[in-house]
Design a protein around this ligand. Structure first.
Ligand SMILES: [Zn+2]
Ligand SMILES: [Zn+2]
Ligand SMILES: [Zn+2]
Length: 146
């Protein structure tokens, strides 16, 4: 399965979508007919089919190759939101670096400061800040939780 297109900021070229799951390509592979798929999607498909799901030309796992370099570059540059957005992480970065971010972000726990007695407000707008603690990095960040 690819990356949910809802997580991307800005325009995503149709050519960077998987023909099977319709999400943004994850570990993409390309067929000789130039259709592109997530690695897991096309491998799952080819277990029971021997054609391209898009144009029905014959297709075998041995002829799949990595995505063209220019498409791969486009893909890597897409801006994606952190999967922990609903838990308060506002990180947006390139697809290329999101995995590294999420790996550290997964270990974070968010809690309102007031529940721990402390009370810190934003120096710019006086909004009460929340505290984000990363157990993995042993760092603490403060930010707005709306
Ligand atoms: Zn897919
Ligand atoms: Zn095709
Ligand atoms: Zn995050």
């Amino acid at each position: 399965m690819g990356y949910d297109i809802e997580r991307f900021v800005g325009y995503v070229n149709e050519g960077l979508l998987c023909c099977i799951c319709q999400d943004v390509l994850e570990n993409p592979l390309q067929a000789p007919c130039e259709h592109a798929f997530c690695s897991t999607c096309i491998h799952g498909w080819l277990v029971h089919h021997h054609i391209c799901p898009e144009d029905r030309q014959s297709l075998d796992v041995s002829v799949l190759w990595p995505l063209f370099r220019y498409m791969k570059n486009d893909l890597n540059q897409l801006q994606i939101q952190c999967r922990n957005r609903e838990h308060g992480c506002n990180m947006v970065c390139s697809l290329e670096s999101i995995e590294l971010h999420e790996w550290t972000c997964i270990n974070m726990e968010l809690f309102p400061l007031s529940s721990h007695g402390a009370h810190i407000t934003c120096e710019f707008c006086n909004f009460e800040l929340s505290k984000l603690k990363s157990f993995f990095l042993d760092t603490t960040q403060y930010f707005h939780l709306y």
